[in-house]
Write a new protein. Structure first.
Length: 254
C-alpha cells in the first residue's frame, strides 16, 4: 500500500499472518526498517499478529544477549549486531571454550532456508579475516573493547587455546524449522565438515513473567538418517524433539 501527501511517499510492506486458532496472546506491531530509497520512500514493516513475548527479532536478540548462557553453548559472548568489513551484520558473535568462534542467527518465527545461507556468508567472512582484523571487530563490538583472547581469558579464567580451531560453530535459533532445512543442516555437517546447530525456542508470558525454553533440533554430531537396506529388527525413528516421549510410544507409532 502506498499513500501520497505532497511530495512524500510512504510505503508499507505487509507480512500476512493468518491463524485459525490463536492459543497465545497476540498483538499487531509495526516496525521501521530504516531503509530509505533514493526516491525518498520510507519502508515500514508490519509484523502482523505476533504470538508470544518477542514482538520483533530485535526483541529476541536482546533477550538472548541478557540470557546468553541459557543457550548452553559454553561460550563467552563477544557482542551483538557485529559488523564485518563488507557491511554484513551477524546477530551474535561468541567464542567457545575450545577457542572456536560461534555465530548465532536468530529468527522470531519459522526460520527460512535463507537463514542458513546467512550463517554460511558470515562464516566465509570470518575465514577471510586476519587476526588483527578480527580483534578490531571484537573491540568495536564488546562492551569493554577487548580482543578475542582477552574476552576468553576473562570468561573462562584461562588462556585461549592457540591456534584456535578454524571451523566456527554456526547456530540458528528460531521458533521452528522446516524439515528440508533440518536435512540440509545434517547434510552440511556430515558431508562437508560444517558445524551447524539448530535450536528451537518456546516462549510464554510477557515482561518479567516471561519463560523461555530451548531444545536442540540438529546438533553438529548428529548423523543423516540411514538410507537403503536396514538390518532386520532395526527401528529407524524420527520424531520432533519433545521433553517427554517414551520409547514405547515411538515404537507404537512406527
Amino acid at each position: 500500500m502506498a499513500t501520497k501527501s505532497g511530495n512524500f511517499w510512504l510505503r508499507y510492506r505487509t507480512v500476512a499472518v493468518i491463524r485459525s486458532k490463536m492459543k497465545k496472546p497476540s498483538h499487531p506491531a509495526v516496525k521501521r526498517t530504516g531503509r530509505i530509497l533514493p526516491s525518498g520512500v520510507i519502508e515500514l514493516e508490519e509484523a502482523g499478529f505476533v504470538e508470544g513475548p518477542f514482538t520483533y527479532e530485535s526483541t529476541l536478540e536482546k533477550w538472548l544477549v541478557d540470557h546468553f548462557d541459557q543457550l548452553n553453548l559454553d561460550a563467552a559472548l563477544i557482542g551483538s549486531q557485529v559488523k564485518f568489513q563488507k557491511g554484513k551484520k551477524a546477530d551474535l558473535l561468541a567464542v567457545l571454550r575450545d577457542g572456536r568462534l560461534c555465530l548465532v542467527e536468530n529468527k522470531r518465527d519459522c526460520a527460512p532456508r535463507e537463514a542458513l545461507a546467512q550463517l554460511l556468508d558470515y562464516a566465509m567472512e570470518l575465514n577471510e579475516l586476519l587476526p588483527a582484523e578480527l580483534d578490531e571487530i571484537c573491540r568495536s563490538s564488546h562492551a569493554r573493547h577487548q580482543t578475542v583472547k582477552e574476552i576468553y581469558a576473562g570468561h573462562f579464567k584461562q588462556a585461549c587455546p592457540a591456534p584456535a580451531p578454524a571451523t566456527p560453530l554456526l547456530v540458528l535459533v528460531a521458533d521452528s524449522f522446516e524439515e528440508d532445512e533440518e536435512n540440509l543442516a545434517l547434510f552440511l555437517n556430515q558431508k562437508h565438515g560444517f558445524h551447524i546447530r539448530l535450536i528451537r525456542f518456546e516462549a510464554e508470558g510477557f515482561g518479567k513473567e516471561k519463560e523461555v525454553k530451548f531444545a536442540t533440533v540438529v546438533d553438529e554430531i548428529d548423523q543423516v538418517r540411514p538410507v537403503g537396506d536396514v538390518k532386520p529388527n532395526t527401528f529407524v525413528v524420527r520424531v520432533e524433539e519433545q521433553y517427554r516421549y517414551s520409547w514405547e510410544g515411538m515404537r507404537a507409532e512406527n
